[in-house]
Design a protein around this ligand. Structure first.
Ligand code: AHM
Ligand code: MG
Length: 335
């Protein structure tokens, strides 16, 4: 099996990124470098995650680790690792992170890119050894180089993404990304310290039999969502919900399915964040032939007004997203 460029399974991520760049005659290599920086941070975070249980059990490191850093929760560690890698890489002027209230200026004022990142998503699953992930979106700045990124650079709609991806730290660690020409997945071989192409040109099934939603909050769902969930049950779909967006999304991407985090009467805007959760996965799913909406509008066309804006998410196999939207529309028509 090959990717769209004919690169075979087993190609290293570095080689793959280099070959892709050769197809763009005016490419300067900066985006390629940025992707490599993310992959490097992912390897470091992967190493930390793998030792998490051990550290928890022994609790013997005290306040500081051997590098003299204060011992911190993994989501904070991941945040530090990714920011450091992006800052040192030099291609990014501004970072939006789930862990930081304000946009972070890296000091690389010549950097062309903005990165929005959730360094470690699903952190409630860390302590129980369940899959967690990193999600990232890459934008080109719209302001002139030579100064810090602006708010307008940060608040771009998802359609402006030039790249997006996620890392899933699961039974194996994978990096899945797109730069707008299909989706490719790379599996990490920890013995070699390399990501290798394992899932070339990922295409999501048009429909599936998996629905992923936190049914514990059923009583607070909008009527249309309740009815769609009932439709899933009537059709004997399988309910699968890890509570780790990357894990749930990755499974559904490969097998076919729908992931829903709706607005509820308790969280009217939903829980997930547009800038570093929904947009990245929306870009990936669309590149794989799927769909992502907030129930009525395409996620990537939503124009953000705040860095940490929340939005409802319906994402996955296109026919399933369409079906869910039918129920929502019917509800609107009744009211
Ligand atoms: P986080 O960014 O604080 O980790 O929250 C996001 C996570 C997603 O990974 C997951 O899909 C969702 O929250 C689960 O939320 P809930 O427990 O409400 O079902
Ligand atoms: Mg998150």
């Amino acid at each position: 099996m090959n990717d769209k460029l004919g690169l075979p399974v087993g190609t290293t991520l570095d080689r793959f990124i280099m070959r892709k760049q050769e197809d763009f005659p005016f490419a300067t290599g900066e985006l390629s470098q940025l992707l490599r920086d993310i992959a490097l941070a992912a390897k470091i975070v992967n190493r930390e995650i793998n030792r998490a249980g051990l550290l928890d059990v022994t609790g013997a490191y005290g306040q500081q680790n051997v590098q003299g850093e204060d011992q911190q929760k993994l989501d904070v560690i991941a945040n530090i690792r990714f920011i450091r890698a992006l800052r040192n890489g030099g291609e990014v002027c501004t970072i939006i992170s789930e862990e930081e209230d304000d946009a972070i200026q890296t000091g690389n004022t010549r950097g062309k890119y903005i990165v929005a990142i959730d360094p470690l998503d699903g952190s409630s699953n860390i302590d129980v050894n369940v899959s967690i992930g990193t999600i990232f979106s890459i934008y080109r700045r719209t302001s002139e180089q030579g100064c810090d990124g602006t708010m307008a650079d940060c608040l771009q709609p998802g359609v402006n993404q030039v790249g997006a991806g996620y890392i899933i730290y699961g039974s194996s660690t994978m990096l899945v990304y797109t730069t707008g020409n299909g989706v490719n997945g790379f599996t990490y071989d920890p013995t070699l310290g390399e990501f290798f192409l394992s899932h070339p040109n990922i295409c999501t099934p048009k429909t599936g039999k998996i629905y992923s939603i936190n049914e514990g909050t059923y009583n607070f769902f909008p009527e249309g969502v309740k009815q769609y969930v009932q439709y899933c049950k009537d059709n004997e779909y399988s309910a699968r919900y890890i509570g780790s967006l990357v894990g749930d999304f990755h499974r559904n991407l490969l097998k076919g399915g729908i992931y829903i985090y709706p607005s509820t009467s308790k969280v009217p805007k939903g829980k997930l964040r547009l800038m570093y959760e929904c947009n990245a996965l929306a870009f990936i799913v669309e590149q794989a032939g799927g769909k992502a909406t907030n129930g009525s509008e395409r996620i990537m066309e939503l124009v953000p007004t705040e860095l940490h804006q929340r939005c409802p998410l319906f994402i996955g196999s296109p026919e399933m997203v369409d079906k869910a939207e039918e129920f929502l529309k019917a509800e609107v028509a009744v009211n």
